[in-house]
Ligand binder design. Structure first.
Ligand code: SAM
Length: 300
């Protein structure tokens, strides 16, 4: 990106944005990213304020241009936008993220939405506090979103990665979510059979399916992506079984997966013992999550 600032009043933001957009031609949404990076640097992260400032003819000093262009260069090398800004929008929250933690994805908001439909109805009829756990919590996205919508629920989040834990702590502690650093397959044993809901976005990608986006392939931690086994189903299989153990009779389970895994997950949930199972599809009709209930008559 070539800078040419001769005007002593500095360079117009609008012009700088045009140049940055061209420099970001290889990323999926160049103009949006150019604006978000500028908003991060100059306007407290507010894209609308940045757009307004550009329209009003705001000018940048050479130092500001240089700082901005360093951020643009990082993004052009396909460093995730969220790593550069340090935050990721998720549901109605802004979560802290960075190197070492999985960046929460829009498709996971669908899991939160569906779980909240089920759990809000339960919260109204429940006599005590709802108990909900997010297994494989990463930045804590699911737990944070659910707790912020159901503040009276007791919410737990389990995450194994030492690198992810500081982000999860920052996102979850202010909300009052109980964060457990440990293996999702063994943590919270003392509370087995006592949860109203288990929610999970575990690693599930099959070993050969390296994500096409460099942002994911190079920057999401491997332990967040690959599910293990030839079909990526090792971790989802173990999570479903663990969820069944943790749930109280009648408890709700919902898990994210790849759309190619719909059939395998349906079989898995039935085999583990869940009933009333159903897939949840995204706007393109792709099955990205599956849910089911532990039978009300089941022992824990
Ligand atoms: C696909 S990411 C999902 C993160 C988060 N739930 C979200 O939706 O943004 C999967 C997460 O599972 C964690 N993980 C992998 N194996 C685990 C295990 N055995 N116990 C707990 N967490 C695990 C990874 O470190 C990663 O943070």
């Amino acid at each position: 990106m070539k800078v040419n600032v001769h005007d002593p009043r500095g360079e117009e933001l609008a012009q700088v944005l045009v140049r940055a957009t061209a420099a970001l031609a290889q990323v999926p949404s160049p103009r949006v990213d150019a604006e978000l990076l500028a908003a991060h640097l100059l306007h407290g992260g507010s894209r609308s304020r940045l757009q307004h400032a550009a329209l009003m003819g705001e000018r940048l000093t050479p130092a500001q241009v240089a700082e901005y262009e360093a951020l643009v260069a990082r993004r052009a090398s396909r460093e995730p936008l969220q790593h550069i800004t340090g935050c990721a929008p998720f549901y109605r929250l802004e979560l802290s993220v960075g190197p070492g933690v999985f960046v929460p994805r829009p498709e996971t908001e669908l899991l939160v939405e569906e779980a909240l439909k089920v759990l809000s109805a339960r919260a109204e009829s429940a006599t005590g506090q709802l108990r909900i756990v997010d297994l494989c919590a990463g930045s804590g996205a699911i737990a944070a979103a659910v707790k912020s919508e159901l503040p009276n629920a007791q919410v737990f989040a389990v995450e194994l990665s030492e690198d992810a834990i500081p982000y999860a702590r920052k996102n979850l502690e202010p909300l009052g979510v109980h964060l457990v650093q440990g293996d999702a397959l063994t943590a919270l044993t003392e509370q087995a059979g006592r949860f109203d809901a288990v929610l999970s976005n575990p690693p599930y990608i099959p070993p050969g399916n390296v994500p096409a986006d460099p942002e994911a392939a190079l920057h999401d931690p491997e332990m967040a992506l690959y599910g293990g086994g030839a079909d990526g189903m090792q971790m989802p299989t173990a999570i479903a079984a663990r969820a069944y153990e943790l749930l109280a009779p009648g408890g709700f389970f919902m898990m994210e997966h790849d759309d190619t895994q719909e059939g395998a997950v349906a079989e898995l949930l039935a085999r583990v013992g869940f009933e009333r199972c159903y897939p949840v599809r995204d706007l393109n009709g792709r099955s990205r999550h599956s849910a089911g209930y532990k039978p009300a008559a089941a022992g824990s």
